[in-house]
Design a protein around this ligand. Structure first.
Ligand code: ADP
Length: 267
């Protein structure tokens, strides 16, 4: 896509035609582009405006819950439910804001060498606090020398979404393995679990916005259906691809393959 000026956006394509000819196609996509921009701005603005009222409601709920006077069981249930729902909405708004940030084009100059081993270890450490009662067995295999040129917050968001999904969807006492190493000439971040797996017909739709395989189960886990859409956009900015290997009933592996041109060494 090439912006010819502020108003006009053309999609230019060369398509092979026969053995010795090519077709040149130019399509005016200015309107689609403007509508896309309006949608993105609208979602970002609404999400931003929702943050303040949510913080106020959450503050009042927490204030009532921490009051010295014991609440009777009815009101205790009311405020616990309010707290759960406000937290869900808070997470959804946060994910919408992250998505609108990663949907826009980035400035390649902002990329830095990211110490991936350090970042991944911190994410795994933090994740031990999520769903502690499930007592997962979490193992890692991390190449300490392997770094990536990229955007810190975006990569953190992509990796943490894959780890928190494995934790959310893997039942109690399941095994989750996180690895960061070379695979051929690519760098590869993988999160493997022995959870429920995903049916083949759903795999291709997982990175769509708001797509959730099982809406009721995802609601229980506090899911919004935006996590993998965020991962997809982050990878578009990083010469990287997502592969999903999953067997229904046996588990899933989500792998990010980074192109050799992003790879840096920490030694
Ligand atoms: P959500 O916020 O619902 O987790 P995601 O975009 O992160 O949204 O994931 C989309 C859907 O993919 C989830 O609702 C879930 O059905 C499925 N999914 C993601 N990760 C896993 C996993 N590790 N095991 C099983 N299903 C998964």
């Amino acid at each position: 896509q090439s912006p010819v000026n502020n108003e006009l956006m053309l999609e230019l394509r060369l398509i092979p035609y026969g053995t010795d000819q090519v077709l040149f196609l130019a399509r005016d996509i200015s309107k689609i582009h403007r509508l896309e921009e309006m949608r993105r701005d609208f979602v970002a603005n609404v999400s931003h405006e929702l943050k303040t009222p949510l913080t106020v409601v959450r503050g009042y709920v927490e204030m009532v819950q921490s009051t010295e006077h014991a609440l009777d069981p009815y009101w205790l249930k009311v405020f616990t439910t309010m707290e759960t729902q406000v937290s869900r909405m808070d997470r959804l708004v946060e994910q919408l804001l992250v998505l609108s940030r990663v949907e826009i084009n980035i400035d390649e100059d902002e990329k830095q060498v990211i110490n991936m081993p350090k970042m991944i270890k911190a994410l795994v450490d933090d994740s031990q606090w999520l769903n502690q009662e499930k007592q997962h067995q979490l193992t890692t295999d991390i190449d300490e020398t392997l770094a990536i040129e990229g955007l810190d917050n975006e990569l953190k968001s992509a990796c943490s979404n894959l780890i928190s999904n494995a934790i959310a969807y893997t039942p109690a006492e399941g095994h989750i393995h996180v690895s960061w190493k070379k695979s051929g000439n690519k760098a590869c971040f993988s999160v493997k679990d022995d959870g429920p797996g995903i049916r083949p017909e759903h795999v291709n739709r997982l990175t769509e916005r708001f797509f959730r395989v099982d809406k009721s189960r995802s609601r229980d886990t506090g899911g919004s259906g935006l996590g993998l859409a965020i991962v997809k956009h982050v990878l578009n900015h990083h010469h990287a691809e997502l592969a999903i290997n999953s067997k229904w009933g046996e588990g899933s592996e989500f792998i990010i393959y980074f192109d050799p041109k992003c790879i840096k060494s920490l030694n």
